[in-house]
Structures are given as C-alpha cells and as structure tokens.
Write a protein that binds this ligand. Sequence first.
Ligand code: HEM
Length: 370
Amino acid sequence: MSTEMTTRGYLTAALVPLGEQWKRMRRILTTKVVSQAKHQWFYAKRTEEADHLDGGPGLEEEEHVYAIFTILHYLYSFCASDFVPCLRWKFDLDGHEKAMKKVVEIIDKYHNPIIEERIRQWRIGFKKEIEDLLDVFIILKDGASNPPLSTNEINAQIREIMIATVDNSSNAVEWAIAEMINQPEILEKAIEELDRVVGKERLVQESDFSQLNYIKACAREAFRLHPIAPFNVPHVSISDTTVANYFIPKGSHVLLSRLGLGRNPKVWPDEPLKFKPERHLREDGSEVVLTENDFRFISFSTGRRGCLGVTLGTSMTVMLFARLLQGFTWTAPPNETKIDLSKAEDSLALAKPLIAVAKPRLAEHVYRNL
Ligand code: HEM
C-alpha cells in the first residue's frame, strides 16, 4: 500500500512527485534520523527534555501547539479532494486548504527563523558540532550523489516530525491516567511496580523501561482502547489483493478502523470495552512492548508505511507516563468521585481535558535535582 493524500502532500510539498519524495524522505529518516544509532546518540537530549517536568506553556507555545493540533485534525479528517484530486487546485470545497495554509504559516513563523539562522551558522562555519535533529537534517547527504536537503525540505521534515510526535503519547497518557484514577487498584499496581523497580530516591530512567511491564501494559491498553483517531492514515492499494474474504482492487483507498480492531470482541473477548492492562501481560513474564504487528489494534502500525519513530515514540510515551505516575499521587478533583470518561464529539480525545489532583509523592530533593 502507499499513501498520497492531500493533507500530507501539502505538508511535504516539494518539487519531485510525492511518491519519489516519500521514498527519499523515508530512506533518509530511517537511516539517518531515527536509526538505532541516532537514538542512542540523542540519549542525553531526551533525558534533558524528560527533566523538564515542571512549568506551563507560554503564549507562544500555546499558539504553536494549537497550530500542530489543527494540522493533525485535518490530517485525520475526510477530504473530498483526496478522492477527486482535480478539486484540490480549482476549488477548496472543504476549506481544508485555506485552514491548513493559515496554521502552517503560524508554524513557519516560529520554525523558519531558527532553521534559517542554523543553516547560516553551518554555512559560515560557526557551527561545527551536531547537537540536535535540526543539525542532522542540515548536514545530511542522501548517499554519495544527492545534495543535502533544501531549506524547504528541512522545514517540511521538521514540521512533519513535530506532527508525528506530539499527539499519540499525550493522548494515550491522558486517557490512561484518567482510566486509572477511576480504577485505583490499577493505579496502585503501577505505583507498586515503580517503587519496586525504581524506588523513591531517583526518577525513572530509560534503563528501567525493560522492567516496567505493567506500566507498558497500561500504555498499550490506552492505545488499544483509546486510539488518537478512528482510522489509520488512508492508504492506497498498489495491486489487486484479497484480505480475508474481501477482494481489494488496485487503487482502492483503504481505511482501517482503529476502534473496530482494538475493541473487536472476537479478538479481545474479555470485557473489550474495559481498561484492563492485565490482558497484555504474558504468563512467562516476557517483555511488554507498545508495538502490535498483528493488527489486533493499531499503535504504530506495521509494514512499509508503518511508523518510523517506534523507538523514539516508545521512549517518549513510557517516560512521560512513568514519570507522571512516579512523581505524583493522582486523584479526582475535590467533590468528584470519578473522572468523566466521555469522549469528545468531534474526536476520540477526552471530552473534557483531564483535570485531576496531582500530589507530589517523592522527597523534595528528588525533584530539586531536575
Ligand atoms: C507513541 C508515539 C507514536 C505513535 C503511536 C505513532 C503511530 C504512527 C502511526 C499509526 C502511523 C501511520 C502508519 C500507517 O498508516 O501505516 C505513523 C506514521 C509515521 N510516524 Fe509515527 N507514531 C509515534 C511517534 C512517532 C515519532 C516519534 C516519529 C518520528 C520521529 C514518527 C514518525 C512517523 C512518520 C514519519 C510516519 C509516516 C510514515 C510514512 O508515511 O511512511 N512517529 N505513526
């Protein structure tokens, strides 16, 4: 399957046909940006970010996050011109094009000056050391023959990575904590695991992850029960194929229902609608992972178009989740016994953003070291 949908195409707009562009970018991202080697290399950066647990967003951060989430909204929404491409250039029937341009402008307002200045610093030799992903994009060469990425391509990739990374982890963690406040016995088990594996004298580190099976089972359960979007990103079949009893002709737009998969009672017979992390634990105690390659639900998806950021996405999700649970005792707000788990009308997010009481549960010096 391959994807050439309008919204994504708009984001990665470039001079070569999208199929070629996608192949080139996917190759670059896989080998140079999100490779295992780079992941190890960025360990210190991730730890630094994870230590920024305190402090709220300022006005600029809020505008930036708003723009990213608006793009995501359109990325997942139905767009007539995805099915009748000629509509895209002549009429903007859905108004998506206009709305996207507006928010991309907001993002460019924040990103472009930083990107352009960094490119300049490399060009004049002021900058010589790779310190973050932007540096990686600026200096990388795609094989021996291809020049480095153009400024436009770097802009598009930085945007794309922001969009790809921001929603899944936060949505899963928000839902998981909400569910766990309503089922305190699950919260207790998670805390018990954290205290046993990590203790209370230091914060969770990535090296602890392999032993945090219950925490990962809770995150996995959040992905199963509360995916970020009802469908996966649309794919197009590149040849005739048959899946189960269905014949899918070449060129079909294929959408997989993430809720249909994750809540299917035939696959999840034990109370499929209940948040029950135990269903992901194996009797032999083998390690729980957030990926799901058998499509029993969709977390990172799989195959040619599967997520490129599995390792980073897993680290981000587990770190965010584990530190929030380790650092605070979570309860419903005063005068409320339960968190309202209704979902929003126009998305699968919580209808009301999670509001809960977070009481520090570690000694002060553990937070002070951040
Ligand atoms: C918990 C975190 C994440 C989850 C659950 C997640 C999930 C997904 C899913 C479901 C897809 C669509 C796959 C398909 O349609 O078959 C996807 C695509 C993608 N993801 Fe992630 N993702 C996460 C984090 C990240 C991160 C951290 C990065 C990059 C650094 C990333 C980069 C991408 C890219 C580039 C694609 C598009 C791949 C393509 O179209 O070929 N993701 N992701």
